[in-house]
Ligand binder design. Sequence first.
Ligand SMILES: [Ca+2]
Length: 134
Amino acid sequence: MLIFNQLSFSGDCDDEFIERVGVFQSPLYPDNYPNNTICKTLMKAPEGMVVQLDMLDFVLEYDGFNEGVCWSNWDTFRVYDGMNEDAPLLGEYCGDLIPGQFISTGMHLLVVFKSDDIVTERGYEAVVSFTSLT
Ligand SMILES: [Ca+2]
C-alpha cells in the first residue's frame, strides 16, 4: 500500500490528485492542520471501478455547542460525488464525529477541505481504495 503522507506541507495543497490506493491525511496530520488552507483532492478509480473512502479519524473545528452543524465560513470537509464542486454533495462535515464511508457512483470522488484563520484541530485520516462495480 502506498502512503500519501504530506510530510512537506508548503501551505497550499490545492489540486492534489490520487490515482492509487493509500492513506489520505489532512496537512501535517497528526499535528494540527494549518490555518487558511484549502485542499482539493480528486480521487480517480481505474476504469470500471469506483472510489471508496473510509474515514478513520476526524476532528475539525466546530462551535462546541451544535455537533454536526457546520459553519461554512469556519473549517469544513466536503465530499462530492464527481470531478468538481458542481457534482452532487455527499456531505459537509466538521466537529469530531467520524463521517464513516463514502463510495462514488462514478470514477471520481472529490474532497474539499477548508480551514479559516483561527483555531485548528488534528484533522483527518482516511483510506482510499477502489472497488468493482458489480
Ligand atoms: Ca479554524
